[in-house]
Design a protein around this ligand. Sequence first.
Ligand code: PA5
Length: 425
Amino acid sequence: MKADIGNALDGALGLDRAALDDLDERVADAHERIAGGRRESEHGYAALSLPETCDPEPIRRAAAGFDPETVLTVGIGGSALGAATVTDALDSPVDARYLDNVDPAWVRDLVADLDLSETVVNVVSRSGTTAETLANFLVVREAMESAGVDWTERTVVTTGPEGNLRSMAETHDLPALDVPDGVPGRFSALSTVGLFAAAVAGHDLDELLAGAASEAGKLSGSLYDSPGYAYGAVSYALGERGAAVNAMMPYAESLERFAEWYAQLWAESLGKDGRGQTPARALGATDQHSQLQLYRAGPADKLVTLVRPLESPDTGIPETDLSGLEYLGGSTLGDLLDAEFRATEASLAAAGRENVRLEIDRVDERGLGELLYAMEAACVVYGELADVSTFTQPAVEWGKKAARGLLGGGEFEEAEAVRGKRRLE
Ligand code: PA5
């Protein structure tokens, strides 16, 4: 992956090269901390070692027994978005679907739409206790039973060493993949968590991990060597100068889900202690006709992150005799998208609005591995520079406990707080 940070300098927020050079010294310290954490397999830092530690063989073996129409991932947050990002981005004859939300009508319609006898279900929860995931799985399991499908033959569990899901896997002797130690949900795309659906869909896990490994190999004590660190450090520096929002805007439909994955990574990791940067999801060129107005002329409180593949399959634009449209005929939709990209980038820069360009060669396994890993490294270095606890998610856990408690799933003080009996931080 390449990162061009030129348009992040000397804009409205006043980040200049000298400030970036000063920051580079702090990146060196942050890198020491990150490298040490990786060496000791500390919680969170271990995720940046997945290109070396993730063995794709057990994942491929678990997937090999199936030749389904559909692979259905049942999980939420970090236990769904990695798989969704990879399989949405890449073509496959296997339909990859996700059940994360518990909106009743949506769940009912999605399940009704599937041929369950041709579906393999991957139920994913690191903790093994997440209410949304377990509830959705129970709905799917019952639908399979009603359709006369042996759910135990078509379910693969991905979970940690404890929790309800682990017990279920043991009770029913289900195939189970282990969530690696030290890898938080939103950093688990390149592990058993994100890769099972990709394997069922026939994607090349080795290339995904090789793409990630090539970005891992660029991490050094200088932001100028590593696109991931450069992006993370610039985002942090602009955040400190008032870029409260980071708008992720890929110029590829296939990367729309990537923006959702990124939003979770950025928000859940960095939103701590009154700090953080609010991720906004956008899509080029569609959002040039909506959000771009705000990005260029609204408050100068944003960094816009433009992502594009350098090569994509293309479609020609037919010649036309329509007056005034001759310029379109003979070019391609790819040419048009490229022109839109360059126009947006230049228009933001001309208005002094900071933007960064991230490029991968293609939206393929390698490019995705690079992109996902580089963004994780960016997030970790941002967290180090901001001195936040990147790998925890206390606010998310608060809500999980409160919801379980309200439904009678345990004695949680968070639920009492919701019932109004007590106030809690
Ligand atoms: O990144 C995280 O830690 C969260 O988004 C979790 O992935 C999410 O809450 C699901 O948790 P679990 O995998 O325990 O079901």
